[in-house]
Structures are given as structure tokens and as C-alpha cells.
Design a protein around this ligand. Sequence first.
Ligand code: PLP
Length: 444
Amino acid sequence: MSTILEDYISKHPGSAQRYLEASQLFPGGVTHDTRYAQPFPLYMTHGTGPRKWDVDGNEYIDYVSGHGALLLGHSHPAIAEAVSRQITRGTHLGASTDEEMRWARAIKALMPSVEKLRFHSSGTEATLMAMRLARAYTGKDKVIKLQDHFHGWHDYAMAGSDRAAPGIPQATWGSMVVVPAGDLNAVEDALSRDSGIAALILEPTGAHYGQLPFDTPNYLKGLRELTSQHGVVLIFDEVVTGFRASPGGAQELYGVRPDITTLAKIVAGGLPGGAVGGKADIIDMIAHRGDPEWDNTRRVYHPGTFNANPLSAVAGATCLEMVATQPINKQADAMAAKLKAGLNEIFGKMEVAGHAHGIASMVHVVLADCDCGRELCTMSHREIKEATASPAVTAMKRGLQNRGVDIMGRDAFLVSGTHTDGEIGETLEAFEETLAAIRAEGLV
Ligand SMILES: Cc1ncc(COP(=O)(O)O)c(C=O)c1O
């Protein structure tokens, strides 16, 4: 009988060939670190709804979901129609447009904490701008960041991640205060010790959209109180959770109002885009004050060639108007709940140590058991990270791909509003077979 790796190689000759060529073009052969895989990553050709196809003609149920951007699945007809229409009217008019106002109104309708906003091209830009706005607004330099929380790849965002940091000046990190996630005392200590703190930024459902969760409602409420007491700007990075944790994001789900929210992914309806929004007096740090156009000494400067570009604007507005008026989140959440229950049943039935946890349409698998309630996992972050690093998880990812299921990163299923009972059933079948194959190889 062939191994998982042998099957992977024999099912994907076209991807193997392309990877050889791509290795001459791109460092690591890939264009996004998460897509790096050995012996080679998969090359896809197209997608529709919850499914996509690779260059060898294999079909996949997709849980990468555009790195979380595709709450409406691939090529949703409403998005395709809006973008096709706009493309004939201009992709960049070098001017303000009605479309950017429609997009902004759609965001504000779902997220009342966003009083004013600016658009960007990515989440990385949004978190960079959020930190700069908080620094400008408070006149202070330091930002508290939680260990392992991901806010993109700019220099400040990389502080405290578990990635190495060549190319980042030490001085940059001198303005970042990294505290353990989930520990209110650590935040209180940092705020009491240091009066130079401008902001605290976090992923409100825990690092990596809930892979490493905490006692969310209480922790978020505690952070809200502490930051208010100390005059510190609270930034929710809702790049993934925005419009996914609930139609109004994690802030709606948990009833905690941040001062600034950063958005990307779903906000732009599957096209490139991001936004920073929040309290008007903070976001207005970008506003012109009657200064000459070239005088940026008293305001936060914000150019950006593709800010609010019309294609992203119509895709984003169309997507968010659908989120507001149709049961998109309800469907995605229901399918995720079914998937999570099914995965946990399989672990139990096969007596393999493992479990699935997560909230809304974000499901994480850990190849280790615990007695959590399967929503906010209570295992230590160290244990979850160790379990996720194991070779069995690499085999799980490949084994699922061999059976037509593509997951996000090493552990996550990001479910869209287009996944149905059929996809969940097929996924569970593939998962059970994969687990059996991993066991046969002695990895679990
Ligand atoms: C929570 C969070 N913040 C920021 C980012 C960066 O967004 P982008 O990849 O659009 O730069 C990401 C990307 O995955 C993210 O998950």
C-alpha cells in the first residue's frame, strides 16, 4: 500500500512540475509564506462556490476560502456581476467615487464602532495605520501586542510572533511591548509600569483567528476597562473576524466596542482591500486642517494608489450588503458547527487523541485531546502549538488534499456561506479516511 506522501506525489504531477519552474522565479517557489509546502505546493486553476480545481484536474472542497476572504465562496455571481460591470467603467478613476461611499456605508451599517474610516489595499497596511493613528492621537510611542497574535508583516506587527526577524531594526521593537495573551494582570502591569503606551492591539478571538483562544468575553471586557482607565487606544484587529465572527465581527458577538478596528479580507468581497475605522476623533487625525496640501507636520499622512479602488469598492459593498440582508453567516456557522461536531465524533469513534474547536465559521483541529467545550479551547497555548507542529499534522494536510479537501494552513477550516450538508458530509468522510491513513503510518 502506498504512503500518504507517495499518493500526494502521484496525484499531483502538474503541481510538481510547476513548482520546479516556480522555484526559479520566487524565493521558496511561492508567493505567500503560508502556501509553502514540501515536496511541492498545489497549483489551482479555478473555483466556484465552495469548490476549486487544481492543474491536474483534481477537485477540492475548499476551506482556505481565500485565506478567509471568501465568505461568499469562489466567484459568487453577485460579486462577479458587480466587478464585471465596474471593470468596463474604469478600474481607477484617480478621484473620489460614489462606490467608495457605498462601501463605507455598508461597513458602518454592520459595525457601529466605525464612525469614520479610510481604505487600504491590505490588512498589513490597516494595522500599520491603526498603530500610527493611536500614536499620533495620544502623543505616545509604545504599543502593547499579545504574544503570537498576527497583524500582518510590517515591522511593528512582527514583534512577539514566533517568527525570526532578520531585516527588522531592533529599535522598532523597542516601541512594542509584548505580553502573554489572555492574561489581564500582565496588561495591567504593563500599563501601570509604563505611561508611554499609546495602544493595545489584538485579534479579538485569540491568535490566528482562534487557534489559541482565551476566555474571550471576560478578557475583552477586562481589556476595554483597563485601556479606558489608562487612556490607551484599544485596537481590534478584525481582519479575519470582521463580518465572520458575526455580521458585525467579534465586537458584535462579544458586545465590546474598540476604539479602532482594522479590516481586510471579507471587507473587500474577495478582492484586495483593507480599512481602518473607529472613533471619529482618532481617525480624523488623517483629516486635513486647512494646511497646505504638502504640509503633513500636523496630521497623519495617508496616500495609497489603490485606496478604495472601484473594483474592491463594488465587490466589498456587494458582499457586505448581502451579509446585512441574507443569512450568509447563519449558513456558514451552521455548516461549521456540523463539521466540528462530525470531526469530534470521528476522533471519539476512532479513539485518536484529537479534537476540533472554534467559533462561528472558524474550526481548528488539534491532534491532542482536552476537555474544553469545543468552542474556546482551554488547552495551554504551548500545548496547542506543539500539537500543531507535529509531523502527523503535515500528513493530515496532505492526506486531506489527496482526498479532495484543502484546509487553511495546518489546522483550520474556514467555512463559507456556500458550503452545504453535501460538502460537510464529503469532508467528514475524507477526514476519517485520512485519520486512518495517518494511523496506519504510526503517526497518531
Ligand atoms: C488578524 C490579521 N491581521 C492582519 C493580517 C494581514 O492582512 P493582509 O494579509 O491583508 O496584509 C492578517 C492576514 O492574514 C490577519 O490574519
